[in-house]
Design a binder for this molecule. Structure first.
Ligand code: MN
Length: 223
């Protein structure tokens, strides 16, 4: 485990923009090549740059023992770090239309166990994402504390979470994700976007998430 963590270790200020796993036009017509290019090459890159900048400034602040700007830097860390993580997941859980398969066995089982049915999950996910106030995300998370899935509707990248939750399926509903293609119609974008879900990758993410995490003791009332 130590070796694995050593391999993953990213030094302060050394985050990199991950490449898209498909060409810019792979998600057309649901998401245009222009939207994908601007979104990945400019918006996501800005979060990576912002995160590196905040971490580098914190290294300097520690070295100089000057924490005058720490509140602002912590804000930048949370916003840009969360933006980097969510976008990195967003690219990988999409696939060209009709290539993403169907929900896998672990996903289907855990969705039905908690939400009742795939349809009930979809209704809540779509509606919650459509109604995010301002910019944000619809996120299906695995909550290791309670051993189950949940839907979160995050504002910006970092607000309105449950600590410890692991994002499994993430939907960007910032205007930069859809405005060129759908203008004001966020819900139309969301309904079209469902066709792009890479269920194979979502299944993989859930299986890995379910292996980790610290359960809370006395997490539920006795029957
Ligand atoms: Mn975005």
């Amino acid at each position: 485990m130590d070796q694995e963590n050593d391999r993953r270790f990213v030094p302060a200020g050394k985050h990199r923009l991950p490449p898209l796993p498909y060409p810019y036009d792979a998600l057309e017509p649901v998401i245009s090549a222009d939207t994908l290019r601007f979104h990945h090459d400019h918006h996501h890159k800005a979060y990576v740059d912002g995160l590196n900048k905040a971490e580098t400034a914190l290294v300097a602040a520690r070295r100089e023992n000057n924490l005058a700007n720490v509140k602002c830097l912590e804000n930048e860390l949370a916003f840009n770090g969360s933006g980097h993580i969510l976008h990195s997941i967003y690219w990988t859980i999409m696939a060209p239309e009709d290539c993403g398969g169907e929900p896998g066995p672990a996903v289907a089982k855990n969705i039905c166990k908690y939400f009742g049915s795939l349809g009930a999950f979809c209704n809540q996910f779509v509606t919650a994402a459509a109604r995010v106030e301002g910019s944000g995300w619809g996120i299906l998370v695995w909550n290791p504390a309670w051993g189950r899935l949940e839907i979160l509707a995050a504002e910006k990248h970092q607000n309105l979470t449950q600590w410890g939750s692991i994002p499994i399926l993430v939907l960007d509903v910032w205007e930069h994700a859809y405005y060129l293609d759908y203008q004001y119609d966020r819900e139309k974008y969301i309904r079209q976007w469902l066709k792009l879900i890479n269920w194979v990758e979502v299944e993989n993410r859930l299986l890995i998430a379910m292996q980790g995490g610290l359960p809370l003791l006395l997490a539920c009332e006795p029957e």
